[in-house]
Write a protein that binds this ligand. Structure first.
Ligand code: TZD
Length: 530
């Protein structure tokens, strides 16, 4: 009879889940023993880093990633990172070790009496199997559920004495040979009606969200823009880039405010939103959700996104399939193309501090055209989107829930998933500290990410927010005195400091040329507004 251990590893192998991101404790050792040679264990030194690396890996692969956490304490440490994974629809399969079954009820050390409750509401499904022989089936459920649309994290608590239990060979065989697939083709009548509304619109506008990039529908988005000659915006609080920023329809990222969006769209009679929530607001600027006379069409794979939107007519389905069906029906528009966007102006550096705009111009000029940017510098969002060209799918990742601590580890995971492309992590010095130990994983596994730390000595975005919220006297907003070159050395990462443009361009080009290990570049910067 195969053991639960054998059966689970065979299932994971059959699913292509041979990378385990983890941080171990005693409860997890029975799972990790006899670790198969064709599997890879990626150690993160804090569970926020473990989940961040897995999140980047899963998003950049477009496939589930396996995470192994230690009991309640490790799961708790992972929860902040889980907010981002949840809103990114990242298919993470989280497993956590539980005490031996007999020791749970007496609340021994490392027992979690209500394990399945802990990660809610940031997982699609959470469970602890009722008996050892159900562990392989429950793990299969966790994998299939994470992958099925709308994809998202799942959680399984596994008592450590379950791994040695036996399962029937037939149970193992059935689990490994089954498939679980979505059939998401849209209904003809529904697509006809959508296409008619779009064809009849006098002045439509397109809004594209992260799910377009996640399902690789970027070219379909371009085809729709080319057919309709309409302005194309990135949905607010953008966590991915679904549309080439050098396309003549590209307008930028929408403001994340109710009033801002309604005002911007006041001249449009139809707003077409694909692959995004309607909308992911941030700063509170109340107003009408949609201008008088405007209508909104919402295409999403997520029933929750559809149901909670305050306006518009939503269609839930496979967004690539809906886009294909629409493209077969959309009439070519003859209207003028949107005006070319003005080029952003020049900005002066200060003594020993670079303007972030100039750092981004240098990065845009020197990076390979298919570079991937993982960004977590909150005050420089607008400057980045204006100055760095994103041409290809999977070129941009930002924390989907704004939970800091994503950027450094996610960059490591993205680079592992896409070794043929260069990954550049643009991280504020505030953000970097939430998951700084990711530097150790990058160094240890020789992951050649270029980490650029934009060091303005303050939580820059909070400076802006403090003005918005009339709280400019709030304490705790500055963090001077950090030395990232020393920190990088402590974790084994080569580093450089660049206080002028010429030095930055030289060390950045050198870092890009270093393909066998990571580099960190500390850049003192001025503080700008998001
Ligand atoms: N803690 C966590 C886990 N996530 C958060 N988003 C915050 C705190 C609050 N926060 C923001 O929303 S932005 C920000 C904080 C602290 C400032 C980040 O500073 P930075 O970048 O140096 O990384 P900027 O460019 O100076 O804003």
């Amino acid at each position: 009879m195969p053991s639960v251990h054998t059966c689970v590893y065979d299932f994971l192998r059959a699913q292509g889940l041979t990378t385990v991101f983890g941080n171990p404790g005693s409860n997890e050792l029975p799972f990790l023993k006899n670790f198969p040679a064709d599997f890879r264990y990626v150690l993160g030194l804090h569970e926020g880093v473990v989940v961040g690396m897995a999140d980047g890996f899963a998003q950049a692969c477009g496939a589930p990633a396996l995470v192994n956490l230690h009991a309640a304490a490790g799961s708790g440490n992972a929860m902040g990172a889980l907010t981002n994974a949840w809103y990114a629809h990242s298919p993470l399969v989280l497993t956590a070790g539980q005490q031996a079954r007999e020791m749970v009820g007496v609340e021994s050390m490392l027992a979690n009496v209500d394990a399945a409750q802990l990660p809610r509401p940031l997982v699609k499904w959470s469970y602890e199997p009722a008996c050892a022989s159900d562990v392989p089936r429950a793990l299969a459920q966790a994998v299939h559920s994470a992958r099925l649309a709308p994809s998202g994290p799942t959680y399984l608590s596994i008592p450590h004495d379950d791994w040695a239990a036996e399962v029937s060979p037939r149970t193992a065989e059935l689990l490994q040979s089954r498939t679980v697939a979505t059939a998401g083709r849209p209904d003809d009548e529904q697509v006809d009606a959508l296409a008619q509304r779009i064809n009849a619109a006098a002045n439509p506008v397109l809004v594209l969200g992260p799910a377009v990039d996640a399902c690789g529908a970027n070219e379909r988005a371009v085809a729709i823009a080319d057919r309709l000659r309409l302005p194309a915006w990135i949905a607010p609080s953008a966590s991915r880039c679904p549309f080439p920023t050098n396309h003549r329809s590209f307008r930028g990222v929408l403001p994340a405010a109710i009033k801002g969006i309604a005002e911007l769209f006041s001249d449009h009679d139809l707003v077409i939103v694909i692959g995004a929530p309607v909308f992911r607001y941030h700063q509170y600027a109340p107003g009408e959700y949609l201008a008088d006379g405007a209508q909104l069409i919402h295409i999403t794979a997520d029933p929750n996104e559809a149901a909670r939107a305050p306006m518009g007519d939503a269609t839930v389905g496979d967004i690539s399939a809906v886009m294909d069906a629409l493209l077969a029906r959309l009439a070519p528009a003859t209207r003028d193309w949107p005006e070319p966007l003005p080029r952003p102006g020049g900005v002066a550096d200060e003594a020993d501090r670079l303007a972030p705009e100039n750092v981004f111009d240098a990065i845009d000029a020197l990076s390979p055209e298919d570079a991937i940017y993982v960004k977590e510098s909150t005050s420089t969002v607008t400057a980045f989107w204006q100055r760095v060209t994103l041409r290809h799918p999977d070129s941009y990742f930002f924390p989907a829930a704004g939970g800091l601590g994503f950027g450094l580890p996610a960059a490591v995971g993205v680079q592992m998933a896409q070794p043929q492309r260069r990954v550049v992590a643009l991280i504020g010095e505030g953000s970097a500290n939430y998951a700084i130990t990711a530097l150790w994983s990058a160094a240890h596994y020789e992951i050649p990410v270029v980490f650029v730390i934009l060091k303005n000595d303050t939580y820059g975005a909070l400076r802006w927010f403090s003005r918005l919220l009339d709280a400019e006297d709030a304490p705790g907003i500055d963090l001077p005195g950090l030395d990232f070159c020393s920190i990088a050395a402590g974790y084994g990462v080569q580093s450089e400091r660049a206080t002028d443009g010429e030095t930055f361009r030289r060390v950045y080009a050198e870092a890009l040329a270093r393909t066998d290990r990571p580099t960190l570049i500390e850049v003192p910067t001025t503080t700008i507004e998001p």
